[in-house]
Write a protein that binds this ligand. Sequence first.
Ligand code: UT7
Length: 332
Amino acid sequence: MTRAGKSLRLIPAAPGARILGWGSSQPDHIVTNDDLAKRVDTNDQWIRERVGIVSRRIADKDTLLVDMAADAGSKAIADAGLGPADVDTVLVATCTMPNPIPNAAAQVAHKIGISAPGAFDLNAACAGFCYGMGMASDLIRAGSSRNVLVIGAEKLSDWLDWDDRSTCIIFADGAGAAVLGPAETAEEIGVGPLVWGSDGEMHEVIRIEQASSSIRQEGQTVFRWATTQIAPIALRAIELAGLTPADIDVFVPHQANLRIVEAVARRLRKAGAREDMRVAQDIVHSGNTSSASIPLAIDHMRAAGEISRGDVVLLVGFGAGLSYAGQVVVCP
Ligand code: UT7
C-alpha cells in the first residue's frame, strides 16, 4: 500500500503455462570414439561400456554457441506455429559462453528477429534447461511474459582439454529449445511444478577454475551422487504434479552417462513407473551436451515418433553446482 492509500496493480495471470513447440540444432561434424582414440589413450569399447556414447557432434571454430541457439530457437518458434513477433521473452540456459557479456539471449533474439524481448541467460549447468522451463512457466503464470523461448545451448568443445581422456570423450555441442505460452484453462496446463535445488558443498566436483582452464570433474563422485539423488527428485516432481509414476509415458533425464540414465529409470520402475515407459538415450549419438541434452533428446524422440502429442514427459537435469531440477510436462 502506498502512503496515499493506493495498492499496486498486478497484471492478470494465466492459470499456468503449456509447451507450444520444440526445436534443436547440432553441428554437422560427427566425431566417433575411434576418432578420439587417435588422440588420447582410449577405445570404442571402453567409451560405449562406461558412458554409452558411440559418437558426438562437435562444432567448428566459426560456429558460435549463439548460432546453434538461434537455429534451435527459430525451429521451435516455427514448430509452435508462431513468428518472432509473438515472442516477448528469451531465456538461454548455458554455462559455456566465451565471454560474460553480452549475454547469449539478447544476441539470439536479435539473430532470430525478435524485437525488444526480455532477454537473459541462466547458468545452472546441466540442470539449466529445467531451471529455465520453471522460470518461463512462472513468468507466464505471473503475467510478466506471454510467450517465452527457452533454449539450452552449449559449445562445450571450447572448454575441453582434448588431451584429457576422462572429459574429452564425454562432452559435446548443440542446442535445444521450447516455446512456452499461457494455458487458457487449468486443463490446458502443460508444465508441472518445478522441483529444484543445489548442493554447493560439492562445488568442486565439476569445475572450470578460470577463464583459461578446461572442465575437470571427479567422475566417480558425480556418478554416485547422480545414481542416488536423482530418482527421489524425479519422484517428487511427479508427486507435486498430482500424478503417479505409472502416469509417466516418457522419461528424459539429462544425458550425462547412459549408466546413470538406466540406473535412475530402474529406480523409477521400482517406485511404480511402467515397464513400457520410454527412456531417452540420446547420449548415444549426441554425447553429453549439458543444458542442451534434454531438449535435444526430446526433439530427436519426436522426430523418431517416440514422443507424441499428449505424452506425459518427466524431465530431470543435474550437474555442476551441484545443481538439479525437474518437472513433468505434457508434449504438444
Ligand atoms: O553432465 C554433468 C554431470 N556429469 C556426470 O554425471 C558424470 C558422471 N560420471 C561418469 O559418467 C563417469 O564417472 C565417467 C564416465 C566420467 C568415468 O567412468 P568411470 O566408470 O567412473 O571410470 P573411472 O573414472 O572410475 O576410471 C576407471 C578407469 C581408470 O583407470 P584405472 O585407474 O582403473 O587404471 C581411468 O584412468 O578407466 C580409466 N579411464 C579411461 N580408460 C579408457 C578414464 N577415462 C578413460 C577413457 N578410456 N576415456
